[in-house]
Write a new protein. Sequence first.
Length: 300
Amino acid sequence: MNELKSKPLKAALFMAVAVFLFSCMDVLTKHMTATYPAPLVVAGRYAGNLLLLLALVAPKEGRRIAHLGRPGLVLLRAVCLSAVSLTAALAFQRMPVAETIAIVFLAPFAVTLLAGPLLGEKVQPMSWIAAAGGFVGVLLIVRPGSGLDPLGVVFAGLTAAGSVVYNMLSRSLARTETSWSMMFWTALVGTVIFTAITSGQGAVTLPRGLDLVALGAMGALSLVGHLLFTQAFRYAPASSLSPINYLQLVWSGLLGFAVFGHMPDTWALAGMGLIALSGAGAGAWPLIQSRLARKLGGIA
């Protein structure tokens, strides 16, 4: 069994880079789903991911890349991420990137709160306050009159729910599984599922030229992003890593504006700010408490 080591700075760096790569992948997903069916786009991404693993990692890892310590949970994690990938792609088809990601960020709050009863991690009272703040932030974004596609909001909500399960499983499986093995099975299961779905849709136009390059880039971004994401959970608790996810709000807003020219309205920006502030507050609170305790101890 692999023991988890506490390296909070390394974990934070891994998570920060991972969410930037995910933001880039989200923008490419929105771009591609404007032309191609969502299952086809996701199938291409998973297939690219799998090919890169087989070409670059499998020769070195050998049979270890397919080793399963807890096969049921590993496969459940893979199916869960496949579901999240599809609902996210469907949400991006209907909504701007930043607003979609903001709704999905209900997930880190849920992970923080569930890390206590399900993983035995200590959840600070500040986390409950942050969760409430994040929920209010999402309500500001999806308020009546926001102009967001209702079905897109539903798909974003489903993405958030699936992300909770995926994050919790990632933390639990980090104790027994290798990162490469989890990524291999995630890529394999996703490729099989979405290839089957795409095949069942009949004749479809396959990407060519730059669109094919974009699919390959999505596979590479997914590979590196999920590797860093999985590694981060080896060095820090889920409850402390979740707030770093909120950097993705910043990247998604900037990239969405740069690529699609979309600027969230005032209420949506306020909601995103509240979500980010709540997440940052929850993440900073343990450090503040620790420093206060040291100072008070020194005085005593």
